[in-house]
Design a protein around this ligand. Structure first.
Ligand code: PEP
Ligand code: MN
Length: 362
């Protein structure tokens, strides 16, 4: 069920400028006053004016660096005063919210571990009631669209209308090159449901490694997202958290300059936007099809192995005829032609038999 949200678009919050991408950048964590200032200066020098830094860090293991705490808010205030940047940080409790308000933080975000927790979301929403600070909600760690929307609803009911989201991907046990599964289809669904809501991607936490930042940022732009939240550190290799995924300000500048952004100046703007968005959706679906095909081939291999152990022939025509008949019937309900589904399934079956035979030959 679609829930209505009363939202003010990001371009009306007073500090994001077009053209896309609207950019939020800064270190994973505030570490020292010097690191905060040096990174901010590097970013400010090429026009970034929304600065991020984690002050309280949700870490997997106790005893890891858990953030510098409230003293870091003084450093963020200095970034505001000296460079005129807007500053933002992550909050996870009522105390964090109150501290941010006290120190004049301009925007806050809710981390992926927190947006997955309705108790904490309610606590934060209650603490924010009566303010009009912009809030970005990262997707929950698990791919649950309703949980994400529920977090947005709690804030909206507390009167927060400058609401946006940050898509940072989802935890997965699947072997993927990235730290988190992009799961773009969920972002597309949310975007389609709330087209006015400021939509950011966080390629840093999605990637887990700076070498993937460009491809993920480009994908986010192709999907029509408004902005990017990217981790940048004056000296990434020495970062106290997320060292592998951070970029120097210079490297971030290069990345942003190499993004291909379809501009909105053509006469055919609505056509172009429409077709780009549709093509980006097709790309995501094809990626998912590939993943599914790979899973299917893995299972075929396991079946081949199992049949060999039990001395059973690969081709079991009775089973295949039945399977095909069922799929054709279900396809008809989904408006997929019999001819199309037969040729797709036959191609898959052919490959599956080949893969099983390979197992027999081992
Ligand atoms: C962060 O932005 O520093 C962070 C902890 O991100 P996430 O909540 O996406 O893991
Ligand atoms: Mn981080």
């Amino acid at each position: 069920m679609a829930h209505e949200l009363e939202i003010i678009p990001g371009t009306e919050w007073g500090f994001f400028t077009l053209p896309r991408p609207m950019c939020i950048a800064g270190p994973c964590s505030a570490e020292t006053e010097e690191q905060v200032m040096e990174t901010a200066r590097g970013l400010h020098a090429f026009g970034i004016h929304v600065y991020r830094a984690g002050i309280w860090k949700p870490r997997t293991h106790p005893g890891s660096f858990e953030g510098v705490g409230s003293q870091g808010l003084k450093w963020l205030r200095r970034v505001k005063e000296e460079l005129g940047m807007q500053v933002c940080t992550e909050v996870a409790t009522e105390k964090h919210v109150l501290e941010c308000i006290k120190y004049g933080v301009d925007m806050i975000w809710i981390g992926a571990r927190t947006s997955a927790n309705p108790f904490l979301m309610q606590e934060i929403a209650d603490a924010l009631e009566g303010t009009d600070i912009p809030v970005l909600v990262k997707n929950p760690v698990n791919p649950d669209l309703d949980l994400w929307i529920g977090a947005l609803e709690r804030l909206n009911r507390a009167g927060i209308r400058k609401l946006g989201v940050v898509h940072r991907g989802f935890s997965t046990s699947a072997p993927i090159p990235y730290r988190n599964d992009p799961g773009w289809e969920l972002a597309i669904q949310l975007r389609t449901r709330y087209p006015k809501m400021a939509f950011f991607a966080d390629p840093s936490h999605m990637a887990g490694d700076r070498k993937y930042l460009l491809e993920l940022s480009q994908r986010a732009m192709d999907l029509g997202m408004d902005g990017l939240m990217v981790e940048s550190h004056c000296c990434p290799q020495e970062a106290w958290s997320d060292a592998k995924q951070q970029l120097t300000p210079n490297a971030l500048q290069l990345l942003l300059e190499s993004l291909i952004i379809r501009d909105n100046t053509s006469e055919n703007v609505s056509y172009r936007e429409g077709i780009d968005a549709l093509r980006a959706r097709i790309d995501v679906i094809d990626e998912n099809l590939l993943k599914l095909l790979k899973d299917r081939m893995d299972v075929s291999r396991a079946i081949g192995h199992y049949k060999k152990e039990h001395n059973v022939a690969v081709l079991q025509t009775g089973r295949w005829d039945q399977l095909l008949q069922d799929v054709v019937a279900r396809a008809a309900q989904l408006n997929i032609s019999e001819q199309a589904i037969r040729s797709i399934m036959n191609a898959i079956h052919e490959e599956s038999v080949r893969v099983q035979n390979q197992m027999m030959d081992l």
